[in-house]
Design a protein around this ligand. Structure first.
Ligand code: CA
Length: 249
């Protein structure tokens, strides 16, 4: 059966947070709680999160900041903001900052769940984890972090190399910026030294993917000047989505 949808609840008022968490759990969701903005951002960035319920007035980092930071790395993750009654400015500001919807406090569990359902229904398809990437007779087993050049050779990937590759593969068809790679793979903000570190990891990844391959000219990772990196166009990606094989043209 389909797996439970994961909803991160970022709300500092214990009673409200607990109420939301209980309502979600009863309705078959898997809630994750956070009581301040910093913790909330961390939880929201975990793999597999389907939706974030985000209060605006929060300790450590307010909801607008959380949303802004989250949008750098997770442009399409559904976010519903929880706003106080009458604060139209907050609602407008939240929607402009990329929130998908809002719920005005005090709200009923029924109303909240209806919004959650609606936002999840219309949200674009989430990237699905990629299990295998193939180019020529070279295959990457993402879970085992291993590159196989036919039957000839196996090369291990470091955790970071595997994470970078997974990020690029699950967003195949679009450019992933160095900042996005940094934020997701390292959990850091941008900075000159770190972005160069990304380039070094990419160089090593390319070597592992092509040296020993029967097709050493295969383009696995494309550099998009001034923008970042993207997955090569002639690879085959296998995901754990229901229809598994997806050829990249
Ligand atoms: Ca609050």
């Amino acid at each position: 059966m389909s797996k439970k949808r994961i909803v991160v609840v970022v709300e500092d008022e214990d009673a409200i947070r607990r109420g939301i968490v209980d309502a979600l759990r009863i309705s078959g969701y898997e809630p994750i709680e956070a009581a301040d903005g910093v913790a909330g951002l961390g939880e929201a960035r975990r793999a597999g999160v389907d939706l974030v319920l985000l209060d605006l007035l929060l300790p450590k980092m307010d909801g607008f900041e959380v949303l802004g930071e989250l949008r750098v790395t997770h442009a399409s993750l559904p976010v519903i903001i929880l706003t106080a009654r009458g604060s139209e400015d907050d609602r407008v500001r939240g929607l402009r900052a990329g929130a998908d919807d809002y719920v005005v406090k005090p709200f009923s569990a029924r109303e909240l769940l209806a919004r959650v359902d609606a936002v999840l229904r219309r949200s674009p398809e989430r990237p699905t984890p990629v299990l295998r990437i193939s180019g020529g007779d070279t295959t990457v087993d993402c879970a085992r972090r291993e590159v196989c050049h036919g039957e000839r050779e196996r090369v291990a990937l470091s955790e970071m190399e595997a994470d970078i590759l997974q990020r690029l593969a699950s967003h195949a068809g679009r450019v992933v910026s160095r900042e996005e790679l940094l934020a997701c793979v390292w959990g850091l903000r941008d900075g000159g030294v770190e972005t160069r570190a990304i380039d070094m990891h990419i160089t090593r990844l390319r070597q592992k993917l092509t040296v020993g391959s029967s097709d050493p000219d295969m383009e696995w990772i494309v550099t998009v000047r001034g923008k970042g990196y993207m997955m090569g166009p002639n690879l085959t990606l296998v995901t754990d989505a229901p229809s598994t094989e997806r050829g990249m043209v």
